[in-house]
Design a protein around this ligand. Structure first.
Ligand code: PEP
Ligand code: MG
Length: 590
């Protein structure tokens, strides 16, 4: 019998590796809800799944109604009463039951399609009253789908066999929870290489491909999947011959990773004796253990947003303080670079905002957000400054675009330090203060900024998007988002030069720091410190140990003369392949 043709889907490579496992399709709300046909013998179970989700949504509504009646008013409670009525309306529910029980549609899709028809009908009626009703129906849909999705999530956490997770996109919480599941690889419809969720998934050290457009529509639970991050491709239901090829490639890669992983004690030093400091990017204190395991020498970027993202309530000063202290203690005397809040854009739940921004990456994000939410900013600074007594710590401000912002941030910091000293807290006076260089205005003015800071950290994830005007999380324009764009390289070079002239310590903490394709170039441009995902340290170190500074400088000069990012990338890849041929599958640059 002939095998059916294999399906191949192209995405954007994020974290290197090859994985072969069955698919687990995560059902999620606010996405193209997966559509599949349930076999007749499982339809009763699927119907039951729907009934349970419906009941759970009604229980939630009843609880909200009671709470509203108690804490607000009888009028407020009536809204929930009205919603409860809608959820008992047979004109809405019967078609859903029919779709699941008779047509075999999966419950999620049956709910989503019936609700959207009703929403469209209300919206088409034109008046505000009906548009409001459409919003009510949308809320009810969310409530039911949340319960259906919750089950999918719950099933995922109980899985015993290893899976490749297929999802539309993940929330930061979902990405963080992958670490405790059996997920050995991830492919998503949406996303770009450096959006926040991709970064979190990459930190787990599993292969990740994002921006596959509609992979959730092509893959069913249980399909065999090959995730090949060398080319950012996903092969669905491969034939035996293809499987064999990839099994061998996977084995070769694993062998290489084991060998490099054993080398953690070795110094990151070029063949001709130039030392490169390799620091880690972390988001949680427990990642410090990983960092040390992989031979990292400190933390160059501690992203501090997570506690703010997972809850509607702001974390307390004490909670923040504990996290920072825990990280410092685990680091045992190595330096912790804490970046102040970088909320907004991809790290802010725009859904929670009353008026979502039209252009969040150009909006109230990062240091701008902190400067407009001073009590929140001051609470974080207090926690950081108090933690400074426990171990060496540096403070870094993100997304500085003007000198005024930097000066304001520094002024607030010193004001908070004065307050603490008045309260009797011993705040060290020599904490290094630095800034991230993530926008062209800062990169171009680096020599001016260098007079005001102790260190620079170049954030290429944002610097690329602002230089080439491409949203870093938008898969539709991902082909234009490239660190090898000559304009980006020129800006990076400008910052390194400005830093060197004034003795301002300059590091780079964007994702390219962990991509071996760029290691030689970055050293050749003059960087002596990189901050990267801990799991990527061994590979980068391998490249460093095999090259000379002269080779790197020659390469930087050579590509500096090219006009096209494709040509630059091709040469960088060729060089990397020459230096580290065993790392086949160990890169992620596009
Ligand atoms: C960057 O922009 O390069 C960076 C490191 O910050 P983030 O990815 O958190 O925006
Ligand atoms: Mg950034």
């Amino acid at each position: 019998m002939l095998n059916p043709p294999m399906k191949t889907i192209q995405g954007i490579a994020v974290a290197p590796g090859i994985e072969i496992a069955s698919a687990f399709v995560l059902e999620q709300f606010r996405q193209r809800v997966p559509h599949h046909i349930v076999v007749p013998e499982e339809r009763a179970g699927e119907l039951e799944r729907f009934e349970q989700a419906l009941q759970a949504a009604m229980d939630d509504l009843a609880a909200d109604r009671d709470r509203a009646a108690r804490d607000l008013s009888k009028e407020a409670a009536k809204i929930f009463e009205f919603h409860l009525g809608l959820l008992q309306d047979p004109t809405l529910l019967d078609p859903i039951r029919d779709k699941i029980g008779n047509a075999g549609t999966n419950a999620d899709f049956a709910v989503a399609s019936s609700f959207s028809r009703m929403i469209d009908q209300f919206n088409a009626m034109g008046s505000q009253v009906f548009r409001d009703k459409a919003r009510d129906v949308l809320d009810l849909e969310r409530r039911i789908l949340d319960h259906l999705m919750g089950r999918s999530q719950e099933r995922l956490s109980r899985l015993e066999e290893q899976v490749v997770l297929i999802a539309h996109e993940l929330t930061p919480t979902q990405a963080a929870s992958l670490g405790i599941s059996q997920v050995v690889g991830l492919a998503t419809d949406a996303g770009g290489r450096t959006d926040h969720t991709s970064i979190m998934a990459a930190a787990l050290g599993i292969p990740v491909v994002v921006g596959c457009h509609a992979i959730t529509e092509h893959v069913n639970d249980g399909d065999l999947i090959i995730l090949d991050v060398r080319d950012g491709q996903i092969i669905i239901d491969p034939d035996e011959e293809t499987l064999e090829v990839f099994r061998k490639a996977k084995k070769r890669l694993e062998q290489f990773l084991t060998e490099t992983g054993q080398d953690v004690g070795a110094e990151a030093i070029t063949r001709d004796g130039t030392k490169i400091t390799l620091l880690g990017n972390i988001e949680f204190p427990h990642e410090v253990e990983q960092l040390l395991k992989y031979g990292g020498e400190g933390v160059g970027l501690y992203r501090t947003e997570f506690l703010y993202l997972i809850s509607e309530d702001e974390p307390t000063e004490e909670e923040l303080y504990e996290q920072y202290v825990q990280s410092l203690e685990l680091l045992g005397g190595r330096t912790l670079t804490i970046r102040t809040l970088d909320l907004g854009a991809d790290k802010h739940t725009q859904q929670q905002a009353l008026e979502p921004e039209r252009n969040p990456f150009l909006g109230l994000r990062s240091i701008r957000y902190s400067l407009q939410h001073l009590p929140m900013f001051r609470r974080q600074l207090r926690a950081i400054l108090r933690a400074a007594a426990v171990g060496p710590l540096r403070i870094m401000f993100p997304l500085i675009t003007t000198m005024t912002e930097l000066k304001q941030a520094r002024m607030i910091l010193s004001d908070v330090a004065d307050d603490l000293r008045q309260e009797g807290v011993d705040v060290p006076s020599d904490i290094p203060i630095g800034m991230m260089i993530e926008v062209p205005s800062a990169a171009l003015m680096a020599s001016t900024f260098s007079r005001e800071v102790d260190f620079f950290s170049i954030g290429t994830n944002d610097l690329i998007q602002y230089t080439v005007a491409v949203d870093r999380s938008n898969e539709r324009v991902a082909n234009l988002y490239s660190a090898s764009n000559p304009a980006v390289i020129r800006l990076v070079k400008n910052v390194i030069r400005a830093g060197k002239r004034r003795g301002v310590d300059t590091s780079l903490c964007g994702e390219i720091a962990g991509d071996i394709t760029y290691t030689m170039l970055l050293i050749g441009l003059g960087l002596r410190s990189l901050s990267l995902v801990p799991a990527q340290i061994p590979r980068v170190k391998q490249v460093i140990r095999r090259v000379t500074l002269e080779e790197c400088e020659r390469l930087a000069r050579k590509v500096g003369a090219f006009e096209s990012h494709r040509r630059i990338l091709r040469v960088l890849r060729e060089e990397t392949r020459r230096v580290l041929p065993e790392a086949d599958g160990g890169w992620n640059a596009d």
